[in-house]
Design a protein. Sequence first.
Lengths: 73, 140
Amino acid sequence: MATQIVMDRNGDTRHTFDASDTKALLRAEERFKELTGLGFTAAVRTASGEPAVTRRFDPAAEETLFFPRLVGG
Amino acid sequence: MTFEALLRFSNDRLRPLLANGLRQAQVMRNWYREAGYTKTEARAIKLLKEWLSAKQLAQFNARRYFDVIGCHSGKRYRIRYGTATNIHELDGAGRPQSVLCFVPNSPLAAGDVMLAQKIALETDEWSAVAVAKRFAPSWH
């Protein structure tokens, strides 16, 4: 199962989906586009465990993390 | 038994005991510290820990901060536990040069803020630094 983790005021919300299910994959892609459209940054972990920012939905990503736009504090 | 042999014996026996005691103390300290977190904070800390490198995790468990290397400049930044003005840019000797403040634009728990800051500095340092507010460090 793949997971999209969205940071929010409760810590995070997790959306798990079966990447082999076409409908679920489409929903996940829509969610990706919606969140990045709202200014969220999407990040995945590389094989070596380092974070990498991704601008396109990767259907093979096991875990994608979304965090809100960063601003000066 | 000579005094030297006795010393060697106690050293061999005491060292593992001390090391184990220190490990236990560290675990207890983390447990008490984390017991004080709200559910949201604890959840954010758990997520942060999953994304830290082994070195950063060890540093965070021991000191509640971790260092990251900026992907563009190679500079070292120290991200401390907190939600604002919690990043120190360090010089070559590890002294704070300035304090940076950039945060997600919606309220998040400290662990989430720190994770977003880490990813930003490690993957898109210049953009993060460009939006950051910079302050003089108040400690050395």
